[in-house]
Design a protein around this ligand. Structure first.
Ligand SMILES: [Zn+2]
Length: 130
């Protein structure tokens, strides 16, 4: 983590150990360079910290999306979004939940089961009238 910072500290220590005169022109340049290096190292450390937080956040978001993909009701919802024109909306006579039924299914079946309360209802509605 702090490997860049520790390298900069090492250079800083070298400067002290070599007893570079920080009042000479060359010494001032070296001190300036080490200062800039230290600032950059700290900035990089900050950026990599916040990048880690972002990665953790994205992981959490990704896991939530996976959960949504596994949810059968979410799949129904997506299907409804994709083929909205082909669905007929019913209201469950028992729980009042909205039920979307494919027009193809209405043609084939005489009743539907509410996915919410499992109430069976007759499909006595002509979809062409809706
Ligand atoms: Zn119901």
């Amino acid at each position: 983590m702090s490997s860049i910072l520790s390298k900069v500290s090492y250079i800083n220590g070298l400067m002290d150990g070599l007893q570079i005169d920080k009042d000479t022109k060359e010494g001032k340049v070296l001190v300036g360079i080490v200062d800039v290096l230290k600032s950059m190292a700290e900035e990089i450390e900050n950026i990599s910290e916040s990048q880690k937080s972002i990665e953790e956040y994205m992981d959490a978001v990704g896991n939530n999306l996976t959960y949504l993909d596994d949810d059968p009701y979410y799949d129904d919802y997506k299907l409804y979004e994709d083929e909205g024109d082909n669905f007929v909306q019913f209201k469950c006579s028992n729980c009042g939940d909205d039920i979307y039924v494919d027009k193809d299914i209405i043609d084939q079946r005489e009743d539907i089961t509410c996915p919410n309360c499992h109430n069976k209802m007759p499909l006595d509605v002509d979809p062409k009238k809706l």
